[in-house]
Design a protein around this ligand. Structure first.
Ligand SMILES: NC(=O)c1ccc[n+]([C@@H]2O[C@H](COP(=O)([O-])OP(=O)(O)OC[C@H]3O[C@@H](n4cnc5c(N)ncnc54)[C@H](O)[C@@H]3O)[C@@H](O)[C@H]2O)c1
Ligand SMILES: [Zn+2]
Ligand SMILES: [Zn+2]
Length: 396
């Protein structure tokens, strides 16, 4: 079969690889009919290289048809299924608590990490991913989400990651109808976090540097701004001078810093208090830029409010403004989305003929799998209005 493989920093290629086979009685094999490209794939593309091996199959947002079903899976050949990005057992302590990304059966203990993820480096179990023509699905007695035949793939596909991630970001923001939320970053996750918050009755602001991403959010009733001190002031003024009740960070570690912003200055200030040995390489290499959105979130949220992180962060040396966090009494929530925990809340909205989350206005590029290398570059550089790419592996 054909699959998208990691080959090095900023390099993926489509290769011929062996077809997957059943290995456990609760496995299933699916023929992938749609598979999406995610902001998290850009972390593999860019900074997580040390945890990748050339040839690794990437991708974690697939759906398709079951072509082989293990005796202990709860699937039948022909079932149409969406595959959550994490592999969870559904039975252990954490799965029963709705913390499927911490599943004790699939935890990658040798790396000290949580549940295995499809196509997401040695840190998460080096499991072959879903940007491929076929996929082996472990724990197919629990993970796969069976869906009907009425709607096209793009309506169901984002149950694999984007919709539950955005839903959890809003749930973890601890807000109620009538509250205000600001979303940092309007990539795929930010788009839906903003729309879900709006759908649930909140006033939603968003900050995003790319004009076409702001335009998409504005079409769905989101009040949009460019990054910078003026936007923070405008949002504060629109929330009685206090700042929003919650800020959702949907940017993560590929953030683009604005050296002129107060938060750039704030990061510099924080770094002044660190020993030079730590602060220098940090300033040069990592934190300043990459934490720009997080610093802005901490500055913007009202006192006693919540910063809900859905953007993925890594690394150790990043300084956090503990004085501000403590003094403003800020709650910080974060983590990989626990997909199955939210499916029952989201599925009715996905299947609603009125499309209340506007899923029909989301995918900007439908491409054959063979165009993955160009698509990764286009998505990372935000060219050609690219917001969400869906590959059709059968057109490989
Ligand atoms: N928690 C989870 O389970 C989970 C699941 C999926 C994705 N993610 C993470 O969520 C994040 C977003 O994913 P995505 O698919 O939307 O990716 P993306 O890279 O397309 O989105 C990031 C957006 O942030 C914007 N941005 C950059 N710097 C900014 C700044 N300083 N202020 C405001 N906006 C800024 C970018 O222009 C871009 O539109 C990534 O870090 C991804 O890894 C987490
Ligand atoms: Zn994803
Ligand atoms: Zn489990």
């Amino acid at each position: 079969m054909k699959a998208v493989t990691w080959q090095g920093t900023r390099k993926v290629s489509v290769e011929n690889v062996p077809d997957p086979t059943l290995q456990q009685p609760n496995d299933a094999i699916i023929e992938v009919t749609s598979t999406a490209l995610c902001g998290s794939d850009l972390h593999l593309y860019e900074v997580l290289g040390p945890f990748m091996t050339p040839g690794d199959i990437v991708g974690h947002e697939p759906m398709g048809r079951v072509v082989e079903a293990g005796a202990e899976s709860n699937l039948n050949v022909g079932d149409r299924v969406v595959i959550p990005f994490q592999i969870a057992c559904g039975k252990c302590y954490y799965c029963r608590k709705g913390l499927q990304t911490q599943c004790e059966t699939t935890q990658v203990t040798e790396q000290g990490m949580g549940a295995k993820l499809f196509g997401y480096s040695q840190l998460y179990g080096a499991v072959p991913g879903g940007q491929a023509q076929f996929l082996r699905v472990p724990h197919a007695d629990y993970g796969p989400i069976k869906v009907g035949d009425e709607l096209p793939d793009h309506r169901y596909l984002f149950l694999s990651d984007v919709l539950p991630t955005a839903w959890q970001a809003v749930a973890y923001a601890q807000v109620e109808p009538g509250d205000s939320v600001a979303v940092m970053g309007l990539g795929p996750i930010g788009q839906f976090a903003a729309r879900i918050a709006k759908h649930l009755g909140m006033t939603v602001f968003a900050i995003e540097p790319e004009a076409d991403r702001r335009a998409m959010a504005a079409r769905h009733g989101i009040i949009v701004h460019e990054p910078g001190e003026e936007s923070l002031t405008a949002i504060r003024e629109a929330t009685d001078g206090r700042g929003p009740d919650a800020v959702i960070d949907a940017v993560g570690m590929e953030a683009h810093g604005d050296a002129q912003s107060a938060l750039g200055k704030f990061a510099q200030l924080t770094a002044q208090f660190l020993p030079e040995k730590i602060s220098q390489p940090m300033m040069e290499n990592l934190s300043m830029d990459r934490l720009a959105a997080l610093y802005a979130a901490i500055e913007l949220v009202r006192r006693g409010g919540t910063v809900s992180l859905s953007g993925v962060y890594g690394g150790q040396a990043s300084p956090l403004p503990m004085l501000t966090l403590f003094d403003k009494q800020i709650n910080v929530t974060m983590g990989q989305a626990n997909v199955k925990r939210w499916v029952d809340d989201i599925l009715p909205l996905v299947e609603d003929a009125a499309d209340p989350l506007g899923i029909d206005d989301f995918v900007t590029h439908h491409l054959p799998l063979s165009q993955a290398p160009e698509a990764y570059e286009m998505f990372q550089k935000k060219q050609d209005g690219c917001i969400k790419v869906v590959f059709d592996p059968q057109l490989a």
